[in-house]
Design a protein around this ligand. Structure first.
Ligand SMILES: Nc1nc2c(c(=O)[nH]1)N[C@H]1C(S)=C(S)[C@@H](COP(=O)(O)O)O[C@H]1N2
Ligand SMILES: [Mo]
Length: 317
């Protein structure tokens, strides 16, 4: 059932086009929100036009401040994928309260000299936050430009002292089907899992994010801690992480496991490798009408192309 809505969503990608979707939401919000609130007797939990999370102290990283229009906060928080909170693009915002993101702890295990489980506060303490404006492109061909707050994943991993056997990093999202009701549906294998090769994880672009637009992450965007890997399709950027495991073998990942012919382990943004059911040559930036050409590595080739030298990226897609 839920599976069908994912399939349908992909097939009807023009129907759920971000612009149409967002216009529809704005219309509903603008003209019918009060009626809906009266009828349902509930205050809408849709994202607000400005961030509501706790403001977070940070520095701006001038190296990642492209001269591009930012995707408005409301669109970033209203329109996204987070299957634990439902399969529709608006479900994560609507069901954001399903996720209890405080208190939170994270376990670092596997091939590290210093494994452990830390509270979020202890995990974050040594890491100053920076703002980095990154483009993120979903495999469904929409993209956005977001001022993330976070710190390099490499800095976090080094603290736990990876052993010489650590070749990959696996990440897992919280698993709690009683609250994260999307996990009651057998859409993908839960918990959501992602992975990076060690050199990808240590690349300075790989970001552990805890906020956006100057404030703590809204639940629907992966509170309290998520990955942002801007040269890969959005599904690699796993949300609400509770486990980080360093491994010798390539770890299984949710989408690769679900449909290996459609979603590779690497998932580098590559306009030359189409998804079997649609083209990856273009993308629609949320808020824009005309599609734009998708760039190899989502435009981050200078930083990361070297990681894949000698690899056939149409085989390792
Ligand atoms: N745990 C979890 N992480 C997830 C997802 C998900 O369903 N569950 N969806 C992914 C996909 S497909 C995308 S495009 C991004 C979108 O989220 P954002 O708009 O908040 O970046 O989150 C990714 N991370
Ligand atoms: Mo995505």
């Amino acid at each position: 059932m839920a599976n069908k809505s994912w399939q349908a969503d992909l097939k009807d990608r023009d129907v759920t086009d971000p612009q149409l979707y967002l216009n529809r939401r704005r219309f509903i919000k603008g003209s019918a929100a009060s009626v809906a609130a009266l009828t349902l007797g509930a205050s809408p939990t849709w994202a607000s036009p400005s961030p509501t999370g706790k403001p977070l102290q940070h520095d701006k990283n001038a190296a990642f401040a492209p001269d591009e229009a930012l995707t408005p906060y409301q669109d970033v928080s209203d329109y996204c994928n987070f299957y634990e909170l439902g399969t529709g693009k608006g479900d994560p915002a609507k069901h954001a309260h399903w996720l209890r993101s405080d208190p939170w702890s994270v376990t670092i295990e596997g091939e590290v000299a210093k494994p452990g489980t830390l509270s979020l506060e202890a995990l974050l303490k040594p890491h100053p936050l920076e703002e980095r404006i990154y483009r993120l492109r979903c495999v469904e061909a929409w993209s956005m430009v977001v001022p993330w707050l976070g710190f390099p994943l490499a800095d976090l991993l080094k603290r736990f002292e990876p052993t010489s056997r650590a070749k990959y990093v696996a990440f897992e999202t919280l698993y709690d089907p009683t609250t994260l009701k999307g996990q009651k549906h057998d859409i993908i294998h839960w918990p959501y899992a992602e992975g990076l090769r060690m050199d990808e994880a240590m690349n300075p672009l790989s970001l552990m994010a805890v906020g956006l637009y100057g404030h703590a992450l809204p639940n629907q965007n992966g509170a309290p801690l998520r990955l942002v890997v801007p040269w890969k399709y959005g599904f690699k950027s796993i949300k609400s992480i509770v486990t980080i495991r360093l491994t010798e073998e390539q770890p299984p990942t949710a989408w690769n496991r679900h449909a290996p012919q459609e979603y590779g382990f690497y998932a580098n943004v590559n306009p030359d490798v189409d998804h079997p059911r649609w083209s990856q040559a273009k993308e629609r930036r949320i808020g824009e009408f005309f599609k734009r050409k998708t760039l190899p590595f989502n435009g981050y080739g200078d930083y990361v192309a070297g990681l894949y030298q000698g690899m056939d990226l149409s085989v390792h897609f």
